[in-house]
Write a protein that binds this ligand. Structure first.
Ligand SMILES: Nc1ncnc2c1ncn2[C@@H]1O[C@H](COP(=O)(O)OP(=O)(O)O)[C@@H](O)[C@H]1O
Ligand SMILES: [Mg+2]
Length: 426
Protein backbone atom coordinates (compact mmCIF):
# COMPACT_ATOMS: atom_id res chain seq x y z
CA UNK A 1 0.00 0.00 0.00
CA UNK A 2 1.54 3.33 -1.00
CA UNK A 3 1.71 6.14 1.51
CA UNK A 4 -1.13 8.59 1.02
CA UNK A 5 -1.42 12.13 2.40
CA UNK A 6 -4.88 12.45 3.87
CA UNK A 7 -4.47 15.96 5.29
CA UNK A 8 -2.00 18.78 4.96
CA UNK A 9 -2.25 22.08 6.83
CA UNK A 10 -0.32 24.62 8.87
CA UNK A 11 -0.27 25.14 12.59
CA UNK A 12 1.48 28.44 13.21
CA UNK A 13 4.79 28.14 11.38
CA UNK A 14 4.64 24.35 11.35
CA UNK A 15 3.48 22.31 8.41
CA UNK A 16 1.51 19.21 9.36
CA UNK A 17 0.83 16.16 7.20
CA UNK A 18 -1.33 13.19 8.09
CA UNK A 19 -0.08 10.11 6.28
CA UNK A 20 -1.75 6.78 5.78
CA UNK A 21 0.55 3.91 4.90
CA UNK A 22 1.24 0.24 5.60
CA UNK A 23 1.97 1.02 9.25
CA UNK A 24 -1.30 2.89 9.71
CA UNK A 25 -1.74 6.60 10.18
CA UNK A 26 1.04 9.00 11.09
CA UNK A 27 1.15 12.60 12.19
CA UNK A 28 4.13 14.37 10.68
CA UNK A 29 5.32 17.84 11.60
CA UNK A 30 7.53 19.04 8.81
CA UNK A 31 11.07 18.59 10.09
CA UNK A 32 12.67 21.37 8.08
CA UNK A 33 10.22 23.94 9.22
CA UNK A 34 9.02 22.26 12.39
CA UNK A 35 11.13 20.70 15.07
CA UNK A 36 14.49 21.60 13.59
CA UNK A 37 13.46 25.15 12.99
CA UNK A 38 12.35 25.42 16.58
CA UNK A 39 15.64 23.95 17.74
CA UNK A 40 17.56 26.39 15.59
CA UNK A 41 15.63 29.28 17.03
CA UNK A 42 16.11 28.00 20.53
CA UNK A 43 19.84 27.73 19.98
CA UNK A 44 19.95 31.15 18.38
CA UNK A 45 17.94 32.57 21.25
CA UNK A 46 20.15 30.94 23.85
CA UNK A 47 23.30 32.30 22.28
CA UNK A 48 21.82 35.74 21.97
CA UNK A 49 20.19 36.08 25.35
CA UNK A 50 21.82 39.09 26.90
CA UNK A 51 19.35 40.04 29.55
CA UNK A 52 16.30 38.42 31.06
CA UNK A 53 13.51 37.29 28.75
CA UNK A 54 11.08 40.01 29.58
CA UNK A 55 9.81 43.25 28.11
CA UNK A 56 12.16 44.87 25.67
CA UNK A 57 14.87 42.26 26.16
CA UNK A 58 12.49 39.62 24.79
CA UNK A 59 12.12 41.72 21.68
CA UNK A 60 15.92 42.10 21.50
CA UNK A 61 16.24 38.32 21.71
CA UNK A 62 13.77 37.84 18.88
CA UNK A 63 15.60 40.43 16.77
CA UNK A 64 19.03 38.96 17.30
CA UNK A 65 17.79 35.39 16.90
CA UNK A 66 16.24 36.39 13.58
CA UNK A 67 19.50 37.95 12.47
CA UNK A 68 21.49 34.88 13.50
CA UNK A 69 19.14 32.60 11.58
CA UNK A 70 19.27 34.80 8.49
CA UNK A 71 23.04 34.72 8.58
CA UNK A 72 22.76 30.92 8.54
CA UNK A 73 20.77 31.25 5.33
CA UNK A 74 17.29 30.62 6.74
CA UNK A 75 14.66 32.95 5.36
CA UNK A 76 12.66 33.83 8.46
CA UNK A 77 10.50 36.66 9.64
CA UNK A 78 10.61 38.03 13.17
CA UNK A 79 7.05 36.82 13.62
CA UNK A 80 8.14 33.24 12.82
CA UNK A 81 10.88 33.52 15.39
CA UNK A 82 8.54 34.97 17.96
CA UNK A 83 6.17 32.06 17.44
CA UNK A 84 8.91 29.46 17.58
CA UNK A 85 10.42 31.07 20.62
CA UNK A 86 7.10 31.12 22.42
CA UNK A 87 6.76 27.50 21.45
CA UNK A 88 10.17 26.63 22.75
CA UNK A 89 9.55 28.50 25.97
CA UNK A 90 6.06 27.34 26.83
CA UNK A 91 4.99 23.76 26.18
CA UNK A 92 8.03 22.89 24.07
CA UNK A 93 7.41 19.77 21.99
CA UNK A 94 3.76 19.61 22.99
CA UNK A 95 3.04 23.14 21.79
CA UNK A 96 2.24 22.37 18.17
CA UNK A 97 -0.03 19.52 19.29
CA UNK A 98 -1.82 21.75 21.78
CA UNK A 99 -2.24 24.41 19.07
CA UNK A 100 -3.49 21.97 16.42
CA UNK A 101 -7.29 22.30 16.43
CA UNK A 102 -7.74 18.82 14.90
CA UNK A 103 -6.05 17.07 17.81
CA UNK A 104 -8.41 15.85 20.52
CA UNK A 105 -6.06 14.05 22.91
CA UNK A 106 -2.31 13.83 23.40
CA UNK A 107 -0.55 10.93 25.09
CA UNK A 108 3.04 10.47 26.19
CA UNK A 109 4.10 7.28 27.93
CA UNK A 110 7.75 7.23 28.84
CA UNK A 111 10.19 8.19 26.12
CA UNK A 112 9.63 7.72 22.41
CA UNK A 113 7.07 9.17 20.01
CA UNK A 114 4.14 11.23 21.23
CA UNK A 115 0.71 9.80 20.32
CA UNK A 116 -2.40 11.79 19.40
CA UNK A 117 -6.07 11.28 18.64
CA UNK A 118 -6.81 13.25 15.49
CA UNK A 119 -10.34 14.20 14.48
CA UNK A 120 -9.76 13.85 10.72
CA UNK A 121 -8.40 10.34 11.23
CA UNK A 122 -11.20 9.33 13.61
CA UNK A 123 -13.75 10.58 11.08
CA UNK A 124 -12.17 8.50 8.34
CA UNK A 125 -11.68 5.41 10.47
CA UNK A 126 -13.69 5.38 13.70
CA UNK A 127 -11.63 2.45 14.96
CA UNK A 128 -8.35 4.34 14.67
CA UNK A 129 -7.54 5.56 18.13
CA UNK A 130 -4.17 7.07 18.92
CA UNK A 131 -1.76 7.59 16.03
CA UNK A 132 2.00 8.12 16.19
CA UNK A 133 3.63 11.48 15.64
CA UNK A 134 7.18 12.17 14.57
CA UNK A 135 7.69 14.26 17.69
CA UNK A 136 9.93 12.27 19.99
CA UNK A 137 10.54 12.60 23.70
CA UNK A 138 14.20 11.67 23.66
CA UNK A 139 15.08 11.10 27.29
CA UNK A 140 13.62 10.77 30.76
CA UNK A 141 14.99 14.21 31.57
CA UNK A 142 13.05 15.67 28.68
CA UNK A 143 9.89 13.88 29.82
CA UNK A 144 10.33 15.27 33.32
CA UNK A 145 10.81 18.76 31.91
CA UNK A 146 7.50 18.52 30.07
CA UNK A 147 5.72 17.12 33.14
CA UNK A 148 7.09 19.92 35.22
CA UNK A 149 6.05 22.64 32.74
CA UNK A 150 2.51 21.28 32.63
CA UNK A 151 2.30 20.92 36.40
CA UNK A 152 3.55 24.44 36.90
CA UNK A 153 1.17 25.96 34.35
CA UNK A 154 -1.78 24.14 35.91
CA UNK A 155 -0.89 25.42 39.37
CA UNK A 156 -0.81 21.93 40.86
CA UNK A 157 2.56 20.82 42.13
CA UNK A 158 3.70 17.33 41.24
CA UNK A 159 6.23 15.72 43.58
CA UNK A 160 7.36 12.41 45.01
CA UNK A 161 4.71 12.81 47.70
CA UNK A 162 2.09 13.75 45.14
CA UNK A 163 3.17 11.82 42.05
CA UNK A 164 -0.14 11.77 40.13
CA UNK A 165 -2.10 14.87 39.37
CA UNK A 166 -5.26 15.66 37.44
CA UNK A 167 -5.65 19.32 36.70
CA UNK A 168 -6.46 21.86 34.03
CA UNK A 169 -4.28 24.20 32.08
CA UNK A 170 -5.13 27.87 32.60
CA UNK A 171 -7.97 29.38 30.63
CA UNK A 172 -5.64 31.38 28.35
CA UNK A 173 -4.01 28.11 27.28
CA UNK A 174 -7.37 26.49 26.54
CA UNK A 175 -8.37 24.93 29.92
CA UNK A 176 -7.33 21.52 28.64
CA UNK A 177 -7.51 18.67 31.12
CA UNK A 178 -4.16 17.13 32.04
CA UNK A 179 -3.16 13.91 33.76
CA UNK A 180 0.45 13.58 34.89
CA UNK A 181 2.27 10.66 36.45
CA UNK A 182 5.86 10.75 37.66
CA UNK A 183 8.08 7.91 36.36
CA UNK A 184 8.53 5.91 39.59
CA UNK A 185 4.82 5.16 39.79
CA UNK A 186 4.28 3.46 36.45
CA UNK A 187 7.23 1.12 36.75
CA UNK A 188 9.80 3.50 35.36
CA UNK A 189 7.59 5.26 32.80
CA UNK A 190 6.17 8.67 33.34
CA UNK A 191 2.95 9.69 31.70
CA UNK A 192 1.33 12.79 30.22
CA UNK A 193 -2.23 12.83 28.94
CA UNK A 194 -3.84 16.01 27.64
CA UNK A 195 -7.55 15.91 26.88
CA UNK A 196 -8.24 18.94 24.83
CA UNK A 197 -11.23 21.09 25.42
CA UNK A 198 -12.98 22.38 22.33
CA UNK A 199 -12.75 26.12 22.00
CA UNK A 200 -15.50 28.29 23.38
CA UNK A 201 -18.48 28.81 21.16
CA UNK A 202 -21.51 30.81 22.11
CA UNK A 203 -24.76 28.91 21.58
CA UNK A 204 -27.79 31.03 22.34
CA UNK A 205 -31.25 30.02 23.50
CA UNK A 206 -32.52 31.35 20.16
CA UNK A 207 -30.32 28.86 18.34
CA UNK A 208 -31.56 26.02 20.50
CA UNK A 209 -35.10 27.19 19.81
CA UNK A 210 -34.50 27.34 16.04
CA UNK A 211 -33.03 23.90 16.24
CA UNK A 212 -36.21 22.62 17.87
CA UNK A 213 -34.73 21.77 21.26
CA UNK A 214 -36.84 24.25 23.14
CA UNK A 215 -40.20 25.87 22.33
CA UNK A 216 -41.25 29.48 22.76
CA UNK A 217 -43.45 29.05 25.88
CA UNK A 218 -40.54 27.40 27.69
CA UNK A 219 -38.13 30.18 26.67
CA UNK A 220 -40.56 32.75 28.10
CA UNK A 221 -40.94 30.84 31.36
CA UNK A 222 -37.18 30.55 31.80
CA UNK A 223 -36.70 34.23 30.97
CA UNK A 224 -39.17 35.25 33.64
CA UNK A 225 -37.54 33.08 36.31
CA UNK A 226 -34.01 34.28 35.48
CA UNK A 227 -35.04 37.93 35.59
CA UNK A 228 -36.52 37.35 39.02
CA UNK A 229 -33.30 35.66 40.18
CA UNK A 230 -35.16 32.38 40.57
CA UNK A 231 -33.65 28.90 40.74
CA UNK A 232 -33.72 26.24 38.02
CA UNK A 233 -33.08 22.53 38.12
CA UNK A 234 -32.30 21.00 34.73
CA UNK A 235 -32.92 17.25 34.61
CA UNK A 236 -32.26 14.67 31.91
CA UNK A 237 -30.41 11.50 30.94
CA UNK A 238 -26.70 11.71 30.04
CA UNK A 239 -26.09 13.42 26.72
CA UNK A 240 -29.56 14.95 26.53
CA UNK A 241 -28.19 18.51 26.44
CA UNK A 242 -28.46 19.65 30.08
CA UNK A 243 -25.13 21.44 30.11
CA UNK A 244 -25.82 22.89 26.66
CA UNK A 245 -29.11 24.35 27.87
CA UNK A 246 -27.56 25.68 31.08
CA UNK A 247 -24.85 27.42 29.08
CA UNK A 248 -27.38 28.93 26.67
CA UNK A 249 -29.45 30.24 29.59
CA UNK A 250 -26.39 31.81 31.20
CA UNK A 251 -25.07 33.33 27.99
CA UNK A 252 -28.41 34.52 26.61
CA UNK A 253 -30.35 35.66 29.64
CA UNK A 254 -27.93 36.64 32.37
CA UNK A 255 -26.28 40.01 31.69
CA UNK A 256 -22.47 39.88 32.01
CA UNK A 257 -22.70 42.66 34.60
CA UNK A 258 -24.67 40.48 37.04
CA UNK A 259 -22.33 38.79 39.43
CA UNK A 260 -22.42 35.02 38.98
CA UNK A 261 -20.26 32.26 40.46
CA UNK A 262 -19.83 28.95 38.69
CA UNK A 263 -18.60 25.85 40.52
CA UNK A 264 -17.62 22.92 38.37
CA UNK A 265 -15.95 19.58 38.64
CA UNK A 266 -15.01 19.35 34.96
CA UNK A 267 -14.81 22.75 33.30
CA UNK A 268 -17.58 22.88 30.71
CA UNK A 269 -18.91 26.39 31.15
CA UNK A 270 -16.63 29.18 29.99
CA UNK A 271 -16.93 32.65 31.39
CA UNK A 272 -18.32 35.01 28.76
CA UNK A 273 -15.63 37.45 27.65
CA UNK A 274 -15.77 40.66 29.62
CA UNK A 275 -18.08 39.34 32.32
CA UNK A 276 -17.64 39.92 36.03
CA UNK A 277 -18.37 36.28 36.79
CA UNK A 278 -16.10 34.03 38.77
CA UNK A 279 -15.41 30.36 38.31
CA UNK A 280 -14.04 27.68 40.61
CA UNK A 281 -13.02 24.27 39.37
CA UNK A 282 -13.00 21.78 42.24
CA UNK A 283 -13.33 18.04 42.49
CA UNK A 284 -16.88 17.44 43.71
CA UNK A 285 -17.67 14.32 45.65
CA UNK A 286 -20.36 11.91 44.62
CA UNK A 287 -21.05 10.07 47.83
CA UNK A 288 -18.70 11.33 50.50
CA UNK A 289 -19.38 14.19 52.86
CA UNK A 290 -19.34 17.72 51.58
CA UNK A 291 -15.69 18.62 51.61
CA UNK A 292 -14.24 21.60 53.32
CA UNK A 293 -13.21 22.80 49.88
CA UNK A 294 -16.76 23.11 48.74
CA UNK A 295 -17.96 24.91 51.83
CA UNK A 296 -15.01 27.24 51.69
CA UNK A 297 -15.81 27.83 48.07
CA UNK A 298 -19.42 28.76 48.64
CA UNK A 299 -18.30 31.18 51.28
CA UNK A 300 -15.67 32.55 48.94
CA UNK A 301 -18.26 32.84 46.20
CA UNK A 302 -20.67 34.65 48.46
CA UNK A 303 -17.97 36.88 49.86
CA UNK A 304 -16.74 37.82 46.40
CA UNK A 305 -19.95 39.82 46.26
CA UNK A 306 -21.82 37.37 44.08
CA UNK A 307 -25.25 38.86 44.16
CA UNK A 308 -27.26 37.00 41.56
CA UNK A 309 -26.60 33.34 40.80
CA UNK A 310 -24.60 30.40 42.00
CA UNK A 311 -24.19 27.77 39.30
CA UNK A 312 -23.17 24.21 40.11
CA UNK A 313 -22.35 22.70 36.71
CA UNK A 314 -23.55 19.25 37.65
CA UNK A 315 -25.00 18.00 40.91
CA UNK A 316 -24.20 14.41 41.70
CA UNK A 317 -24.05 14.16 45.46
CA UNK A 318 -23.77 16.15 48.60
CA UNK A 319 -22.63 19.26 46.77
CA UNK A 320 -26.36 19.90 46.33
CA UNK A 321 -26.07 21.36 49.84
CA UNK A 322 -23.73 24.04 48.58
CA UNK A 323 -26.39 25.17 46.17
CA UNK A 324 -29.14 25.04 48.77
CA UNK A 325 -27.01 27.08 51.13
CA UNK A 326 -26.62 29.75 48.48
CA UNK A 327 -30.34 29.69 47.72
CA UNK A 328 -31.06 30.17 51.41
CA UNK A 329 -28.91 33.26 51.27
CA UNK A 330 -31.01 34.75 48.51
CA UNK A 331 -29.06 33.78 45.42
CA UNK A 332 -30.61 32.07 42.44
CA UNK A 333 -29.31 28.52 42.09
CA UNK A 334 -28.80 26.85 38.72
CA UNK A 335 -27.75 23.25 38.27
CA UNK A 336 -28.15 20.07 36.22
CA UNK A 337 -29.00 16.63 37.56
CA UNK A 338 -29.16 13.20 36.00
CA UNK A 339 -32.68 11.73 35.82
CA UNK A 340 -35.48 10.78 33.48
CA UNK A 341 -38.33 12.84 34.94
CA UNK A 342 -38.93 15.53 37.56
CA UNK A 343 -40.42 12.88 39.86
CA UNK A 344 -37.32 10.72 39.60
CA UNK A 345 -35.05 13.70 40.20
CA UNK A 346 -37.00 14.64 43.33
CA UNK A 347 -36.93 11.07 44.58
CA UNK A 348 -33.18 10.80 44.17
CA UNK A 349 -32.40 14.27 45.50
CA UNK A 350 -34.40 13.59 48.67
CA UNK A 351 -32.95 10.17 49.36
CA UNK A 352 -29.58 9.02 50.62
CA UNK A 353 -26.83 10.14 50.08
CA UNK A 354 -28.02 13.55 48.89
CA UNK A 355 -30.81 13.91 51.47
CA UNK A 356 -32.25 17.28 50.54
CA UNK A 357 -35.57 18.05 52.19
CA UNK A 358 -38.81 18.54 50.27
CA UNK A 359 -38.82 22.10 51.53
CA UNK A 360 -35.38 22.71 50.08
CA UNK A 361 -36.47 21.36 46.70
CA UNK A 362 -39.48 23.67 46.87
CA UNK A 363 -37.04 26.55 46.48
CA UNK A 364 -36.55 25.71 42.79
CA UNK A 365 -38.93 27.75 40.64
CA UNK A 366 -38.87 25.30 37.76
CA UNK A 367 -37.70 21.78 37.02
CA UNK A 368 -36.90 21.53 33.32
CA UNK A 369 -36.60 17.99 31.99
CA UNK A 370 -34.77 17.15 28.79
CA UNK A 371 -35.12 13.98 26.82
CA UNK A 372 -35.09 12.53 23.34
CA UNK A 373 -38.07 12.93 21.03
CA UNK A 374 -39.07 11.42 17.70
CA UNK A 375 -39.19 14.38 15.33
CA UNK A 376 -40.17 12.72 12.06
CA UNK A 377 -36.62 13.12 10.76
CA UNK A 378 -35.17 10.97 13.52
CA UNK A 379 -34.49 11.48 17.18
CA UNK A 380 -33.46 14.78 18.66
CA UNK A 381 -32.84 16.36 22.05
CA UNK A 382 -35.66 18.41 23.48
CA UNK A 383 -37.22 19.89 26.59
CA UNK A 384 -40.00 17.40 27.31
CA UNK A 385 -41.37 18.68 30.60
CA UNK A 386 -41.44 21.84 32.66
CA UNK A 387 -42.87 21.53 36.15
CA UNK A 388 -43.17 23.87 39.09
CA UNK A 389 -42.50 22.33 42.48
CA UNK A 390 -44.60 23.67 45.35
CA UNK A 391 -45.30 22.75 48.94
CA UNK A 392 -48.74 21.54 49.95
CA UNK A 393 -48.41 21.60 53.73
CA UNK A 394 -44.99 20.02 53.98
CA UNK A 395 -45.50 17.73 51.01
CA UNK A 396 -43.75 18.57 47.77
CA UNK A 397 -46.00 18.53 44.72
CA UNK A 398 -45.47 19.27 41.05
CA UNK A 399 -47.53 21.49 38.83
CA UNK A 400 -47.04 20.61 35.15
CA UNK A 401 -46.61 23.73 33.05
CA UNK A 402 -45.48 22.20 29.78
CA UNK A 403 -45.15 18.79 28.20
CA UNK A 404 -43.93 17.53 24.84
CA UNK A 405 -44.68 14.12 23.38
CA UNK A 406 -41.59 11.99 23.00
CA UNK A 407 -42.89 9.45 20.43
CA UNK A 408 -41.57 5.95 19.98
CA UNK A 409 -37.82 5.73 20.57
CA UNK A 410 -35.85 2.58 20.02
CA UNK A 411 -32.57 1.87 21.75
CA UNK A 412 -30.88 1.60 18.37
CA UNK A 413 -31.98 5.04 17.21
CA UNK A 414 -30.99 6.53 20.54
CA UNK A 415 -27.46 5.13 20.19
CA UNK A 416 -27.24 6.76 16.77
CA UNK A 417 -27.95 10.18 18.23
CA UNK A 418 -25.60 9.70 21.16
CA UNK A 419 -22.66 8.63 19.03
CA UNK A 420 -23.04 11.15 16.22
CA UNK A 421 -20.60 13.98 15.94
CA UNK A 422 -21.83 16.98 17.93
CA UNK A 423 -23.95 19.11 15.64
CA UNK A 424 -23.19 22.16 17.72
CA UNK A 425 -19.50 22.51 18.08
CA UNK A 426 -19.35 22.97 21.84
N1 LIG B 1 -29.79 20.83 20.58
C1 LIG B 1 -28.73 20.06 20.27
N2 LIG B 1 -28.52 19.67 19.00
C2 LIG B 1 -27.48 18.90 18.66
N3 LIG B 1 -26.55 18.48 19.53
C3 LIG B 1 -26.70 18.85 20.82
C4 LIG B 1 -27.79 19.66 21.25
N4 LIG B 1 -27.67 19.84 22.57
C5 LIG B 1 -26.58 19.18 22.95
N5 LIG B 1 -25.97 18.58 21.89
C6 LIG B 1 -24.76 17.76 21.94
O1 LIG B 1 -25.00 16.63 22.75
C7 LIG B 1 -23.86 16.31 23.53
C8 LIG B 1 -24.23 16.24 25.00
O2 LIG B 1 -24.66 17.52 25.43
P1 LIG B 1 -24.52 17.98 26.96
O3 LIG B 1 -25.16 19.32 27.05
O4 LIG B 1 -23.13 17.85 27.42
O5 LIG B 1 -25.42 16.88 27.66
P2 LIG B 1 -25.60 16.51 29.22
O6 LIG B 1 -25.09 17.66 30.01
O7 LIG B 1 -27.07 16.29 29.37
O8 LIG B 1 -24.85 15.24 29.43
C9 LIG B 1 -22.84 17.37 23.23
O9 LIG B 1 -21.94 16.84 22.29
C10 LIG B 1 -23.63 18.49 22.62
O10 LIG B 1 -22.87 19.21 21.69
MG1 LIG C 1 -23.59 17.74 31.51
Amino acid sequence: MPVKIIANYNVGTNEVKILKGPKGYQYIVNKEYGNNFVNEVRKAAETSIIGQLSGSSLYKTIKSATMLLRRKGLRVLESDVAYALRESLKYRKLQVLIDDPYIEDISVVGTGPIWVRHSIVIKEDPLADYIQTNIIIGSELELLQHISILSERSGRAISKLNPIIDANLPEEDGSHRIHLVLPEITGGKGEIVIRKKKPYRFVSLRELQKEGMIEEPVVSLIKKVIHEKGSLLIVGPPGSGKTTLLRAILYSLVPPSWKVAIIEDTPEIDLPPGSSWVKYVVPLTSSKEVTLDQLTLTKAALRSSVSKFLVVGETRGKEARVLVQAMNMGLGGLTTFHGGSPEEAIRRLTSHPIDLTQEQLGMFKLIITLGFIESGKGIKRSVIDVSMPYLDGNLLKLKRLYQRKTGEITEEKLMEVLTEKPALNL
